[in-house]
Design a protein around this ligand. Structure first.
Ligand SMILES: C[S@@+](CC[C@H](N)C(=O)[O-])C[C@H]1O[C@@H](n2cnc3c(N)ncnc32)[C@H](O)[C@@H]1O
Length: 217
């Protein structure tokens, strides 16, 4: 099945609220646990690109008191939700939420021990921009830990994933999830992207819908 692009930035307020209300706790916690297990010495200053409503930044800050997270998103609506969530969690001293878009994030280059991102890559029309940005902002030794959906074989398979993972979610969320599956990359496409920018990261299928990409700069 060919890739079908979806709107890049989730800047519709209702869409952002539907996303924030959905229960992604299992995959978000698995993401955080996997990061901590894989890169225990890189849990200082962490950049979360495409942070959405901030659940991962908050889970990470809660799990490790050493962590300071800079959480960035191109959607004003998501940035507001993430800031509110960090405030409610009393974590504003260790979770800084900023508005910014890949490519061209205005962040200090070389200032991050780890760069993480979950479910952002498939939003990008040109994924190479993401990997170039990771190289530009990171430094030698920065851990990179990314998870994203991968594209199923067919539209029918995508519909089945949506119904099995989110049967009772809001229609807006189900529509976005389906569109995201169609916009996602295959594992081989991600391997090609990495080869093109000279990053030797590992790409693994870790669930019926997620890929994990990890390595160090
Ligand atoms: C599916 S959400 C994932 C949110 C969060 N990482 C999570 O897993 O819960 C993707 C997020 O990426 C953001 N995004 C899309 N394109 C972006 C870009 N070029 N730069 C920064 N953020 C972007 C969207 O606004 C949205 O909040």
């Amino acid at each position: 099945m060919e890739r079908v692009l979806e709107p890049e930035v989730m800047d519709d307020e209702l869409q952002a609220i539907a996303y924030a209300k959905a229960d992604f706790s299992a995959s978000n916690q698995a993401f955080v646990d996997g990061l901590i297990e894989a890169y225990p010495s890189n849990l200082g200053v962490v950049l979360d690109i495409g942070c959405g409503p901030g659940d991962i930044a908050i889970r990470l800050a809660r799990a490790k008191s050493s962590v300071y997270v800079v959480a960035v998103d191109a959607s004003e609506a998501m940035v507001c939700l993430a800031h509110e969530a960090a405030e409610t969690a009393d974590l504003l001293r260790r979770v800084r939420v900023v508005h910014g878009r890949v490519p061209g994030l205005r962040l200090r280059q070389g200032g991050f021990d780890a760069i993480v991102s979950k479910d952002l890559l498939h939003h990008l029309p040109e994924p190479r921009a993401f990997w170039e940005e990771v190289k530009r902002i990171g430094r030698p030794g920065t851990a990179v830990y990314v998870m994203d959906l991968f594209r199923p074989e067919s539209e029918e398979a995508a519909r089945q994933i949506v119904e099995s993972v989110s049967p009772d979610e809001h229609e807006i969320l189900k529509r976005d999830f389906y569109n995201s599956l169609l916009a996602a990359f295959t594992p081989d496409e991600v391997r090609d992207q990495l080869r093109q920018v000279g990053l030797g990261f590992e790409v693994e299928v870790v669930s019926e819908r997620h890929l994990r990409i990890r390595g160090s700069l």
